[in-house]
Design a protein around this ligand. Structure first.
Ligand SMILES: C[S@@+](CC[C@H](N)C(=O)[O-])C[C@H]1O[C@@H](n2cnc3c(N)ncnc32)[C@H](O)[C@@H]1O
Length: 318
């Protein structure tokens, strides 16, 4: 699919320049990119027969569809894409238990999922594309994932070279590139991104700009409990993460959305985080939720801040 027909109102000239630069950058043989590109190239001739995107584990291929040597190679390539943050996946009967049980987040969104049929959808910070695959049964016309990290980009490319879904694509772009897409998307997902932004208000405005009139955004953010419309601004790290800037209460995020121009702003879920949803696994062997929380007081982060909740909003652009 070409971007002229999908995004007729986009700044296609500027977009092409950005994408060409990104491709030249990622095409370099240095910077460790080969570590992801070569494994991708070594398996990208393999096509899966059976796919199931309706189950908790995104399922692509069965073991008997490939020969034993190819199966070993797929396992090796998948181990090379560690750490797996988002999942679960089942690839040619290889179970990939990622750090995050992303199906729990998807199941919270499902009851309010906008109609995706024939829609143009964006998934901002899509990581390895777990949610993009879960969107497939809802028959979107096209889903563009924006993901600036090369490891996640090649993980998605590898998964989708097996799955062969031509209406899913990831570009090495970030939320800051949304101004290139004015009035372009029917539905935007912005999950787990806002608290990583130094200017969440600018990001919300960019989301608003990129939506078509009548379009819908689904926002999910880390949050602190409380009724006041305030945001925590950590001194250095929050739950050990240095790249966390503003952690709002639900009412604060509600106000941000309203004041950035969104209508029908509706909170549809809020829940505390837990080690049931985010944990160390065989496919993500580094620190995880339990290491970020004060062992003596599970309602506090290791830094003494309120432990994280997650909050979900749906809002529209009139
Ligand atoms: C906390 S994860 C959330 C992933 C997924 N959306 C989810 O909710 O499970 C943040 C993701 O945003 C990506 N990211 C980093 N910088 C970004 C940017 N400038 N714009 C969009 N995404 C970005 C990261 O690589 C990572 O995949």
């Amino acid at each position: 699919m070409d971007y002229h027909s999908i995004f007729p109102t986009a700044d296609l000239k500027a977009l092409r320049l950005v994408l060409e630069k990104k491709q030249a950058w990622v095409g370099q043989s240095k910077k460790g990119f080969l570590r992801y590109r070569l494994p991708f190239e070594s398996v990208h001739h393999i096509r899966a027969g059976h796919c199931d995107f309706n189950s908790d584990a995104v399922t692509i291929g069965r073991k008997e569809e490939v020969d034993p040597a190819e199966h070993s190679r797929i396992l090796e390539v998948m181990r090379g894409f560690m750490p797996w943050r988002k999942g679960p996946f089942r690839l040619f009967d290889i179970d990939i238990d990622a750090e995050w049980r992303s199906e729990l987040k998807w199941n919270r969104i499902l009851p309010v999922l906008p109609d995706l049929t024939d829609r143009i959808v964006g998934d901002i910070g899509c990581n390895n594309g777990y949610y993009m695959f879960r969107m497939v049964p809802h028959r979107p016309k096209f889903v563009l994932g924006l993901e600036p990290y090369v490891q996640h980009y090649y993980t998605f490319k590898t998964l989708n070279s097996f799955a062969g879904r031509e209406n899913l694509r990831v570009e090495l772009l970030g939320i800051e590139h949304l101004p290139l897409f004015p009035d372009c998307f029917d539905v935007l997902f912005c999950l787990g991104i806002l608290y990583h932004r130094q200017s969440p208000i600018d990001s919300l405005r960019d989301l608003w700009t990129a939506l078509k009139p009548g379009g819908t955004v689904i926002i999910e953010s880390q949050a602190i409990p409380g009724h006041e419309p305030i945001a925590l601004f950590p001194e250095k790290t929050y739950a050990k993460v240095p790249g966390t800037w503003f952690v709002p209460t639900a009412s604060c995020l509600h106000n941000w959305l309203s004041r950035c121009g969104f209508s029908s702003v509706r909170q549809f879920c809020m829940h505390p985080m837990s080690n049931r949803e985010q944990r160390k696994t065989e496919w993500m062997v580094f620190e995880s939720y339990d290491d970020f929380i004060d062992a003596a007081d599970p309602e506090r982060t290791i830094e003494g801040y309120p432990a994280p909740w997650r909050v979900f909003f749906k809002a529209t652009k009139e």
